[in-house]
Design a binder for this molecule. Structure first.
Ligand SMILES: [Zn+2]
Length: 182
């Protein structure tokens, strides 16, 4: 029963994390778009209310457009990494914080798209317009270069997660034990 309780809590945190990851992604696009001098016409950050998106107006350089394209994912992965490290460190002091690590794991998962999509493009798949294809168009970079960015991010997230899980085993934040559920 306690294991089920724990699993439900993890699923709840991960679900909230997934919802938040979409919002953080759109805020990331919006921040860099403002830096690029673009206007934010409309922002809808919640995936539950339809497709999350930010609508921009104005003109900027191709480099700025490329920065806007990648900023949603980069900002989310960064928040995911910092949140995971922060929650793991705080969990040592306050055990109640430990489960909040699961809020940040879905955020880190966004970099997986920057591996999967370039691979699909390399193998000839036609991918609809999204951040990855827009980024490739604005930079003129080959899918292989974008794949390297994705792989570097996935590796960084894997290192952080490995560290957090190792720490979690000591803090028992990833394991259903009588103590951690008390
Ligand atoms: Zn995006």
């Amino acid at each position: 029963m306690k294991r089920l309780h724990y699993a439900l809590l993890v699923a709840g945190f991960a679900g909230c994390g997934w919802l938040l990851s979409g919002a953080v992604h759109e805020v990331g696009h919006a921040i860099v778009a403002r830096g690029a001098g673009l206007d934010i016409v409309h922002i809808q950050p919640w995936a539950l209310l339809g497709q999350a998106h930010v609508r921009l107006a104005g003109e900027t350089t191709r480099s700025w457009y490329a920065a806007v394209d990648i900023s949603g994912m980069l900002f989310t992965v960064l928040v995911g990494i910092c949140g995971t490290v922060g929650a793991s460190l705080l969990a040592q002091k306050w055990r109640a914080v430990s489960l909040s690590v699961w809020l940040f794991i879905p955020m880190m998962c966004q970099c997986l798209a920057w591996v999967a999509l370039p691979v699909a493009i390399i193998f000839g798949a036609s991918v609809s317009r999204d951040d990855v294809t827009n980024f490739m168009q604005h930079t003129g970079w080959h899918a292989l270069a974008v794949l390297l960015i994705g792989l570097a991010l996935v590796t960084s997230c894997a290192v952080v997660l490995r560290w957090a899980f190792k720490r979690g085993r000591t803090n028992q934040c990833f394991h259903a034990t009588t103590e951690s559920l008390a």
